[in-house]
Design a protein around this ligand. Structure first.
Ligand code: SF4
Length: 202
């Protein structure tokens, strides 16, 4: 799959401890999209399924979240990836900006197979930072795996700070400007940030 970014051991993009993968490329192009740097199908880098799975296993994550970009713009690869991950006991949360009635056969297969799906366009006029896993109130959570039927779906604003082995710091989710600036100051940087994405490098 064409991958733009990845974080590990996240607890805000689905249940449990997860690897989160932002896929590169989106043909939907919602107005005021937060991740428009992920629209191009030329960016990112191609990763084989087993390479991504290796990251999940190295960090002992229970699940993987695919978001974007638009995962279902690479449906064949995503379907193979979901099958591969689940065969190893790794659950998959899939984001898509498509509405369910718009899906092709193979895209529908991805949605039916994933353990949890967040679906629907991002609508800027319905944007809220206080939603669980979603960016706008029209988006819906579909739970396919019985194991997750009773998970806590209380709406909440969530954010995380990730520091990789190279010392690179990233704030993900829906952080406050205060949090991002505090992390930046701790890193010895004096910088102001425009919070218009769900990933900020600080
Ligand atoms: S919000 Fe998601 S589906 Fe919509 S344009 Fe942005 S990346 Fe694509």
């Amino acid at each position: 799959m064409r991958v733009a970014d990845m974080v590990h051991s996240s607890k805000i993009y689905g249940p449990g401890k997860r690897t989160v993968v932002w896929l590169q490329g989106c043909s939907i192009r919602c107005d005021n999209c937060w991740n428009d740097e992920l629209w191009s199908f030329k960016g990112g880098r191609f990763m084989m399924n087993h390479e991504i799975i290796q990251h999940v296993e190295t960090h002992c994550d229970e699940g993987i979240t695919l978001l974007g970009g638009e995962p279902l713009d690479q449906p064949k690869r995503v379907l193979q990836f979901i099958e591969h991950a689940q065969s190893l006991g790794i659950n998959v949360l899939l984001y898509t900006g498509y509405e369910l009635h718009e899906l092709s056969k193979i895209q529908s297969q991805c949605v039916e197979l994933a353990d949890i799906v967040i679906h629907g366009r991002y609508m800027h006029e319905l944007r809220s930072l206080n939603l669980l896993w979603r960016g706008s109130t029209n988006q819906e959570i579909l739970i396919n795996n019985e194991k997750f039927r009773d998970i806590d779906l209380t709406e909440k604003r969530q954010m995380e700070v990730h520091i990789d082995s190279m010392g690179q710091t990233k704030v993900v989710g829906y952080p406050t400007e205060e949090l991002v600036e505090s992390v930046s100051l701790l890193n010895g940087k004096m910088k102001s940030f425009k919070l218009d994405g769900d990933r900020v490098e600080v």
